[in-house]
Write a protein that binds this ligand. Structure first.
Ligand SMILES: [Zn+2]
Length: 260
């Protein structure tokens, strides 16, 4: 499968960040000010730190950003864009779409798009909050002109999700998400390194693909960010690992796999 990738590359690592800030807490726990403060660690501390690291490594990443974050931290989101990264859709206020009516979900998609419009961005990628995709979601992606989804867990290669609309899937896995490891299971950075390294090593050996999903407020703590840097450097040093944004990756996959 390694001939799948652009010349010179033998596998792909899709580095993505879900820039939730306090959106999820504003929806779930509107009266818990400390819970909300944890999300503010992202715009205040983690994002500047992370952007400096990505510059140093020469990696462009994708930031899945709720409309609420765009509306509350427009300068931070614009800084991400000005440093060459991609921003993509991630709900409005980190809603659980399966708890909403059809009208509710439609409203969330519209509000999300309006928030991006206010900063002059038309997102082409979508990742559902909590990776909850309903039977209606794909229709919203079609009507709003999205070009890729990054939600499903059925492959370790990207694939065409909707041939007619040219929508590509960039699959994910909870194992490669920092949140359950650090925030739910309270693992040490070395443990997460030991979890992620063999998976990425296998991807490299077999010429396949992995999406790393990180949250700035979680991975932006010093010890965790050092772990991420160490891991990324090991694969950057090989010179044949592709680190595309979601947009770049989806465009490549569409060209490679589309019948049309
Ligand atoms: Zn999220």
């Amino acid at each position: 499968m390694s001939d799948f990738w652009p010349e010179g590359y033998r596998c792909a690592i899709f580095l993505s960040f879900d820039y939730d800030a306090s959106s999820a807490e504003m929806w779930k726990t509107p009266h818990d000010l400390v819970a909300q403060s944890r999300g503010r660690f992202a715009p205040k501390v983690a994002i500047p730190r992370l952007l400096d690291l990505l510059d140093k490594l020469g990696i462009k990443a994708t930031f899945f950003t709720p409309g609420w974050t765009v509306d509350h931290y427009p300068e931070s989101v614009e800084e991400i864009i000005s440093r060459g990264h991609e921003v993509a859709g991630h709900g409005y206020i980190h809603e659980r779409m399966n708890e909403l009516s059809a009208e509710g979900e439609e409203g969330v998609f519209n509000r999300m798009m309006e928030a991006f419009e206010r900063i002059g961005v038309k997102p082409v990628g979508y990742r559902a909050p909590y990776w909850i995709v309903t039977t209606r979601t794909l229709n919203h992606l079609r009507r709003l002109g999205f070009k890729y989804s990054s939600n499903f867990m059925d492959d370790d290669m990207p694939y065409i999700l909707d041939e007619e609309h040219g929508i590509v899937e960039l699959p994910v896995e909870w194992m490669l998400d920092d949140w359950p490891q650090f925030e739910l299971q309270r693992k040490a950075p070395e443990e997460v390194y030991r979890l992620w390294k063999p998976e990425l090593e296998g991807i490299y050996e077999l010429g396949r693909y992995a999406a790393l999903t990180c949250h700035p407020q979680c991975i932006g703590r010093i010890s965790r960010l050092k772990m991420l840097e160490k891991l990324l450097r090991e694969f950057l040093d090989r010179d044949d690992v592709w680190f595309p944004t979601g947009r770049e990756l989806s465009e490549w996959v569409r060209r490679r796999l589309s019948a049309s």
